[in-house]
Design a protein. Structure first.
Lengths: 151, 738
């Protein structure tokens, strides 16, 4: 049995410690807001927060995540998360929307550590998140807007 | 929620139902007769493809007691914003409150929910949803409004003409009566459908032409939006399939001993296209697949490498092909030229690579089967699944879900029996193999997606074009080589003429440029590598050839590329206006520092006109796209913000195909496998984008695809402006730039 702390709740899981956290979240805990895109930490669709930092859940084993604080898109709360989500909605950033959970998780990490990110900061912080619909213009704008709302 | 007379009432009113089905059938006949690609231009400009007639609101709307108005969307949302756009049309005529609008996807039923541009087929594609729904969805809203007004008039005993409707509330000033849609829905559903409806004059529009918020924004920013990959059914097994490394290979034998030892693996079955591992979760299924041992029969497989395939294309291009267009005398025109170009263009296979890999759930029951899928072509998937499971099409229920991208990939149309069965065929094959013992969720991994075929076809073009001393084009001979997309499929009547697959030559034969002596030939090729339409289809390569060649001819003529194009568009004012707008907004004539260049491209596709001005910096082999200015004429922009998003997105989507994406074969084996070697555009590469929309009173035309075609040529032409080097092969990898 492995104990995972996800979104403030404790779960006992009967899985191999080598199972990627992504599949445990999706297939065992039914937290499907975290997406599978590539399985090799190249696209960021599976981004969650582990102890407050953006992490690719497809490349972290359940055994490594045990005992840590895991937050998925479903468990977001707080001012930064709210500002980011609101900006995303106000600007209608989404197209297909599949990557956007991961985009939002990464954006929150940027704004949690940096109150006024520059374009270069955004490029660096969002480097690991692919949007195949190409919504980058609006993602950038939404992060700037969220920063303003938080100031 | 009280269904607003959804299907029950139409069944209880045979005459109305007959009329509706009749209208759909007429639409089909009419559309198949006239909506051949060669008449595409007429379709948009005259609005000729959309049948007149009143559509039953009961089929398309549910009005709840809570005042929500739910549009039963016949069209699939893959990010293009179509559900928001169609709901806007309904809400406009209904005078609904936008915040009360909701969307549900329609069940698979081509009689009720056919794409009016496709004929008797339910499906989404070809940038047709808004043009085809433009009349119909407004009629639905207008008819429902009249029925609500009639119900209120009867209830309040006042003249209908005195009733006002505003934001979902009906009111009568003199009597002071007021009621919401929800309060009147029950009465309205019993009102006969109006014989005719009057649509609003454009001056009275409140929603059309404005930015209303997308209906899918909240779900997609909270993790709550449900895609096919998120479907969970009781007892469901997850399946992954081991595919051959070579296209056209088949199974000789396999050994599942080790795979079955993996914890969580439940079963291993053979299907026509490979070996499926079924497990209790995705990870176990993937591990099981890794442990499989399969021996393939490669006797009929494609075993050539990319360079060899291009050699075949090159040879073919020099032979006479099927004639797609013969206007004037191209050969004689070329003889009379003072300057000529003779060029070759090459394009690789491309994978669509939607972020949500292909997947779907299928459940067999005693009375039929139910599928959950993000699918573009429900009617075709319905018959595919029915065929494989030995059921009737009406026994297949498809629940359409949001698509995590598609770009054409979820619109697969391999006919049953095709040796290279696609994902839906595979899923049905697995369910058949286990005799429907459990619901099956088949998931393609990213590697399956990149290596799995159904690519944008490889293509090679050869162009000979010439100008006279005044810079007029005297002749243009064009040969295209690429595998047919449509021949052999259900879409033949729409897209094949005189044996020529329209998707191979679109964007060339219908160019708006005045080219008098013009010949276009096409060569089909045989290969087991399966191909499929990808966002903008043939235009994804033809536009690059056309706009690069036009640019070359302009320089050869010593003319400004903008003026040269405008000269060729003297009879096409709408096209010319788009070009002028882009050039003006981009500051076309403003000088740029050394190492930077500006490139222009214009393309007409899906009845929409898009001009782009790209501005690049070139430093050695490194190209940075700094800014792209777009002008677009898509008729009336139902939602200008969605139009802008589609152009921004088309640029982001296409950039990686311009600079690096290619599927290459090494002795038949695909050399790419995931995002590290087939890498989509990333944030840091995204240029500044400005989108300018031409004000128009014309009916809406497509917007999901037309942004794609001019991206590559605008960048290529900008690189030429910066460096003097002409690039004619995609992708523009550093070795080609330097």
């Amino acid at each position: 049995m492995i104990t995972l702390n996800v979104n403030g709740k404790s779960y006992e899981l009967d899985v191999s410690p080598e199972m990627p956290l992504l599949w445990a979240l999706r297939d065992k805990l039914n937290l499907t807001g975290t997406k599978y895109g590539c399985g090799v930490a190249q696209c960021g669709a599976c981004t969650v927060h582990i102890d407050g930092q953006a992490a690719r859940s497809c490349s972290i084993m359940v055994g490594q995540a045990a005992g840590k604080t895991i937050t998925t898109i479903e468990g977001l709360s707080g001012k930064v998360a709210e500002a980011v989500t609101k900006a995303w909605q106000r600007l209608d950033v989404v197209q297909c929307g599949y990557c956007q959970s991961g985009q939002i998780m990464s954006a929150i990490t940027i704004l949690t550590g940096n109150k006024k990110p520059t374009d270069a900061d955004i490029d660096a912080g969002m480097e690991g998140n692919i949007c195949r619909c190409g919504t980058y213009v609006r993602i950038r704008k939404a992060i700037h807007e969220a920063a303003k709302a938080l100031a | 929620m009280i269904p607003f007379n959804f299907t029950k009432a139409s069944a209880s009113n045979p005459s109305r139902r007959e009329f509706l089905i009749g209208a759909a059938a007429v639409a089909g006949a009419f559309v198949l007769g006239t909506y051949i690609p060669f008449a595409k231009r007429a379709f948009a400009q005259e609005g000729g493809g959309v049948p007149k007639g009143i559509f039953d609101p009961n089929v398309f709307l549910k009005i709840g007691a809570d005042n929500t108005v739910t549009l039963i969307s016949k069209h699939f949302e893959m990010g293009q914003g179509v559900t928001t756009g169609l709901a806007t049309l309904v809400a406009e005529e209904l005078d609904a409150d936008w915040s009360s609008m909701r969307i549900e996807f329609a069940p698979n039923n081509a009689k009720l929910y056919n794409n009016l541009a496709f004929g008797p087929v339910m499906g989404t594609g070809g940038s047709t949803s808004t043009p085809a729904g433009w009349e119909q969805m407004r009629q639905v809203g207008a008819a429902a409004r009249m029925m609500l007004v009639s119900a209120a008039a009867a209830k309040w005993n006042v003249p209908a003409a005195e009733i006002k409707v505003q934001k979902g509330v009906l009111s009568h000033a003199k009597s002071g009566k007021k009621a919401t849609f929800g309060e009147l829905a029950g009465d309205a559903m019993r009102v006969p459908m109006p014989a005719e409806v009057k649509l609003k004059a454009p001056k009275d529009w409140k929603l059309i032409g404005t930015k209303v918020p997308r209906l899918d924004s909240v779900g997609k920013t909270s993790g709550k939006a449900i895609f096919a990959l998120d479907i969970r059914r009781p007892g469901m097994l997850t399946a992954v399939v081991k595919h051959p490394e070579l296209f056209g290979a088949s199974i000789a034998s396999f050994d599942a001993t080790e795979a079955k030892k993996i914890g969580g693996v439940v079963d291993v079955v053979q299907i026509p296209t490979g070996v499926a591992v079924l497990a209790k979760d995705t990870w176990s299924a993937i591990r099981g697949r890794n442990a499989l041992k399969v021996t393939w029969d490669t006797s009929k497989a494609e075993t050539r490498s990319t360079a060899e395939i291009f050699d075949e294309y090159r040879t073919l291009a020099d032979e006479p092909g099927l004639s797609a267009l013969k206007r004037g005398d191209a050969a004689a025109g070329l003889k009379g030229a003072t300057k000529t170009v003779a060029t070759e263009f090459t394009f690789p296979y491309l994978a669509h690579a939607p972020m949500e890999p292909l997947n779907a759930v299928l459940e067999l029951r005693s009375d039929g089967a139910e599928m959950w899928s993000g699918c573009q072509l429900q009617s075709l998937d319905e018959s595919t699944v029915a065929d494989i499971l030995g059921l009737k099409p009406e026994q297949i229920k498809i629940n359409t879900l949001l698509g995590g991208g598609s770009f054409g990939r979820r619109g697969s149309f391999s006919p049953p029996g095709n040796p290279v069965g696609d994902w839906v065929i595979e899923l049905a094959g697995i369910v058949k193999a286990i005799e429907g013992r459990a619901p099956v969720h088949m998931v393609w991994t990213r590697e399956d997606d990149i290596k799995g075929g159904f690519y944008r076809p490889m293509a090679l073009h050869k162009v000979k074009a010439g100008i006279d001393a005044k810079g007029n084009i005297t002749g243009w001979q064009h040969a295209t080589v690429c595998k047919a997309l449509i021949i052999g499929t259900a879409f033949e009547p729409m897209f094949v003429k005189n044996g020529v697959d329209w998707t191979a030559v679109e964007g060339i034969v219908d160019t708006p440029y005045a080219i008098n002596n013009f010949s276009v030939d096409w060569h089909n090729v045989k290969t087991p590598v399966p191909v499929l339409w990808m966002r903008s289809v043939g235009h994804s390569h033809t536009a690059f050839v056309m706009e690069t060649t036009i640019d070359e001819l302009a320089h050869l003529a010593g003319k400004d590329p903008l003026d040269f194009r405008l000269g060729l568009l003297a009879q096409q004012p709408r096209d010319a206006a788009v070009l002028r707008l882009a050039a003006e907004k981009a500051g076309w004539n403003k000088p740029l520092p050394t190492g930077r260049g500006r490139g222009l491209a214009y393309h007409y596709s899906f009845n929409t006109r898009v001009a782009l001005v790209a501005e690049v910096s070139v430093n050695g082999a490194t190209v940075k796209v700094n800014r792209i200015v777009a002008a677009v004429d898509c008729g009336i922009a139902v939602n200008p913000d969605v139009v802008e998003a589609q152009i921004q997105g088309a640029i982001g989507f296409t950039l990686s195909a311009v600079f690096r994406n290619q599927i290459t074969l090494n002795k038949g084996v695909v050399e790419q496998s995931n995002f590290y070697d087939y890498e989509p555009t990333r944030m840091r590469e995204m240029p500044k984008v400005e989108v300018h929309i031409v004000k128009s009173v014309e009916n809406p035309s497509g917007i999901g695809e037309p942004g794609v075609p001019p991206v590559a040529p605008s960048i290529g032409n900008a690189i030429f402006a910066a460096t003097g080097k002409r690039l004619r092969s995609l992708p523009m990898t550093p070795d080609k730039v330097l």
